[in-house]
Design a protein around this ligand. Structure first.
Ligand code: PMP
Length: 348
């Protein structure tokens, strides 16, 4: 269900749902030899009009990003590592042969969007402003070929936690995951980038297990069907009994999450934890794992309470390391702890 733009929501009752805000951003681009982008504009939120033959409708030639603006207790609005989202947006575009959107234009679009929709950034403690940049191949096409006309759209809306038991309601227990003995994406496929098709293929799989009370699925690697990779939309960490924190190395099946990278740096540099980026089999994770948690923009640093593998439940204690990392990360993101990494940008 969507809600009409105009009046602000009851901040205490936000969910992770879409609602219309005041303005969105649109920019058109062409790719002949070099990409040429127009200067982009902000428009009142509304519908867009495209040919039914626009290539992305058929072939999924579209990419996206997800990032958040947050309000600090003193009222400032902070963006988190949005230049890194700009770079990942370019990597995703290149994988589908879409025109890469310039980093400078991306950051201006995101900052301008937040400025123009500032009243929709929730008060500190009630939620965040979720920003969704998109790029699609829009030219009419019936052949499976690279495209040359594109739109970049950016919109945003206020959201609360992804889960009822989520990070913005801490301490309510963590998520329950079902191990799927298959990969999320094919070897050599598009798993390392944020493209439409990756998500389309997974919805039915996750839905099947959500019906049985799981929050999401945990995919194994597609080559060996043995190693932990990620969930539908978050990276995974396992703290072993030795105290080491393990996360799968980036490859063609794992998205380079910005939360993942931030967690690695906070664990190493701020908390002095040994972090290893290495393959971890599901057997090792279940036998030697003391804490398991997932990381992502929507999920923040989300504890895993239970993992089901082949019908057997493995329970994990509510994790201490997860909590320390989440407090540090969210402290930086909401401007209540010093940002020694230089990750945040004030939008004014
Ligand atoms: N993996 C996948 C498949 C995702 O869609 C996301 C969300 N972008 C992540 C991991 C986490 O990435 P980030 O921390 O940048 O949100």
């Amino acid at each position: 269900m969507t809600e009409q733009r105009g009046s602000l929501p009851d901040w205490e009752r936000l969910g992770f749902t879409f609602r219309e805000t005041d303005e969105y951003y649109r920019c058109g681009g062409e790719l002949e030899r070099d990409p040429v982008w127009d200067s982009g504009e902000f428009l009142p939120f509304g519908t867009v009009s495209l040919s039914p033959a626009a290539a992305f409708f058929s072939y999924g030639l579209g990419i996206f990003e997800g990032l958040k603006a947050r309000r600090a207790p003193d009222g400032r609005v902070l963006l988190f590592r949005h230049r890194d989202n700009a770079r990942r947006f370019q990597r995703s575009a290149k994988r589908l042969l879409l025109a890469p959107f310039p980093e400078e234009q991306f950051t201006e679009a995101v900052e301008g969007l937040v400025r123009r929709n500032e009243r929709w950034v929730p008060p500190n403690g009630t939620g965040t402003f979720y920003i969704r940049p998109l790029e699609h191949a829009i030219e009419p096409k019936v052949g499976i070929r690279p495209c040359s006309s594109f739109w970049v759209l950016v919109f945003g809306c206020p959201v609360a936690s992804y889960f009822d038991s989520g990070p913005e309601n801490p301490g309510q227990g963590g998520v329950r995951l079902k191990v799927l003995e298959q990969g999320r994406c094919a070897p050599g496929g598009t798993g390392a980038v944020k493209v439409m098709g990756n998500y389309a293929g997974g919805i039915a799989l996750a839905h099947r297990w959500q019906q049985e009370g799981f929050d999401d699925v945990l995919y194994l690697d597609a080559r060996h069907v043995k190693y932990v990779t990620e969930t539908s939309g978050s990276n995974v960490f396992v703290k072993l009994k030795s105290g080491h924190l393990i996360t799968p190395p980036l490859d063609d099946q794992i998205l380079a999450g910005l939360t993942r990278d931030s967690v690695i740096r906070i664990a190493r540099d701020t908390l002095g934890v040994t972090v290893e980026e290495r393959e971890i089999s599901v057997a090792e994770a279940l036998e030697d794992g003391e804490e398991v948690f997932c990381t992502g923009t929507a999920w923040s640093v989300q504890p895993v309470r239970e993992i089901d593998f082949r019908g057997r439940d493995h329970r994990f204690a509510i994790p201490d390391l997860q909590r320390a990392i989440r407090d540090e990360l969210e402290g930086i993101q909401f401007g209540t702890r010093p940002d020694t990494f230089g990750w945040t940008t004030v939008v004014d």
